[in-house]
Design a protein around this ligand. Structure first.
Ligand code: HSE
Length: 382
């Protein structure tokens, strides 16, 4: 296999190093903006050099972001090259372009590293759905948020201090919005659900609530009730439709999710016969991510392309009801009308539809919202 590697940042360098000693694949080209010299690969600033080299059969996209990643990947597939990517944003937002094109051109496309970094999550989903129906996918998919929430819960740090530590350790970006506002988790959820259910969920209808406004008083309140807050994704396939959303969620301290430390991920599926299966590991980082990129390259050598056939465009309906913890400086009639009790300064709502709670949150910036554990309808609300 001759690889055209797009990008030589954290993941790109990891892929280069992992493939170096291998005899079954070699990085022939590296696309890199900065000046770089490599002993065994040609370096270019121009993607057309890679596109025009007929000996390159596989493009590994490790530049991230939506553009020009999408354009490069589309052009590579148009030219008959197979593509491995770790880019969850591109896969989630352009699923309806990338999948049909790969099928039309008969090229192989995989993105295992895009969800769960080094965890074999998407590749195992592919195996699961060969023999059973997947009814649920979700869990802790963002290491940065887990690191912040874990630091607040176990170490008693404030949000800003925990975020600064996550930035110093290289988990969070200087602008942490994509992580802390739940957008990264939403991308990972949509890619997972599309593969698990064999559909193309309406991405724009998947709401994401983040952790930006959580405070140490919230965490103290949760502790009083024996609960731990995690940012989780959830997608379910029902007989009559699909639901998908991202939101901070409370777990009893005895739950598996509550025990996930630092920047780890815990991603779960529920199969119709196998039941719950959870996957735990490093969801980011150079070598965990590069590991799954190289695994995808190995799958190409074995002739394995995408995890499922492209499925129909599917609406999302988040009408399941839950109780929420809501702390806001801007209470209104809706919140008062749905109040079941109070924890400290926060309202505990009666059961409201997920879509309704997220719609309300959109219009109340600065609010922290968090779902109570399932089955907590009768939870002590005062
Ligand atoms: N920012 C992501 C995280 C990186 O913290 O999980 C891996 O997708």
């Amino acid at each position: 296999m001759r690889i055209g590697l797009l990008g030589f940042g954290t993941v790109g360098q990891g892929v280069y190093n992992l493939t170096k000693p291998r005899e079954d694949m070699e990085v022939a080209w590296v696309l890199c903006r900065r000046e770089l010299a490599l002993p065994d690969a040609r370096v270019t600033h121009d993607f057309l050099d890679i596109l025009g080299d007929a000996s390159v059969d596989t493009v590994v996209e490790a530049i991230g972001g939506l553009h020009p990643a999408r354009e490069y990947v589309m052009a590579a597939m148009q030219a008959g090259k197979n593509v491995v990517t770790a880019n969850k944003a591109m896969m989630a937002e352009f699923y309806d372009e990338l999948l049909p094109l790969a099928q039309e051109k008969g090229v192989l496309l995989r993105c295992t590293a895009s969800v769960g970094g080094g965890i074999g999550w998407l590749s195992e989903l592919e195996r699961v759905r060969r023999i059973e129906t997947v009814r649920h996918v979700g869990g802790i998919m963002n290491g940065t948020c887990n690191y912040i929430l874990d630091s607040m819960t176990r170490l008693g740090l404030g949000y800003q201090e925990a975020l600064a530590n996550a930035q110093a350790l290289g988990y969070a970006e200087a602008d942490p919005s994509t992580d802390v506002d739940g957008f990264d988790t939403r991308h990972k959820l949509v890619v997972s659900a599309n593969i698990a259910f064999g559909v193309s969920l309406d991405f724009s209808a998947v709401p994401a609530a983040g952790i930006r406004y959580i405070s140490d008083t919230d965490v103290a309140e949760f502790k009083k009730h024996g609960l731990v807050c995690k940012l989780v994704s959830c997608a379910n396939a029902y007989e009559d439709g699909y639901e998908a959303y991202v939101e901070p969620t409370l777990y009893p301290i005895t739950a598996l999710e509550a025990a996930v430390p630092t920047n780890y991920n815990l991603i779960t599926l529920e199969g119709s016969t196998s039941g719950r299966q959870s996957f735990y590991g490093q969801g980011a980082g150079r070598y965990p991510t590069a590991y799954n990129v190289v695994q995808d390259c190995m799958d190409f050598i074995r002739g394995r392309g995408f995890y499922c056939a492209y499925g129909p465009k599917t609406p999302v309906r988040n009408d399941r009801k839950k109780c929420y913890y809501i702390r806001t400086a801007h209470p209104d009639g809706w919140l008062e009308g749905h109040t079941a009790g109070h924890w400290g300064e926060a309202v505990i709502t009666e059961q409201v539809a997920v879509a309704e709670a997220h719609d309300w949150l959109q219009n109340h910036p600065g609010t922290f919202l968090c779902a109570l554990p399932d089955g907590k309808e009768g939870i002590e609300t005062c």
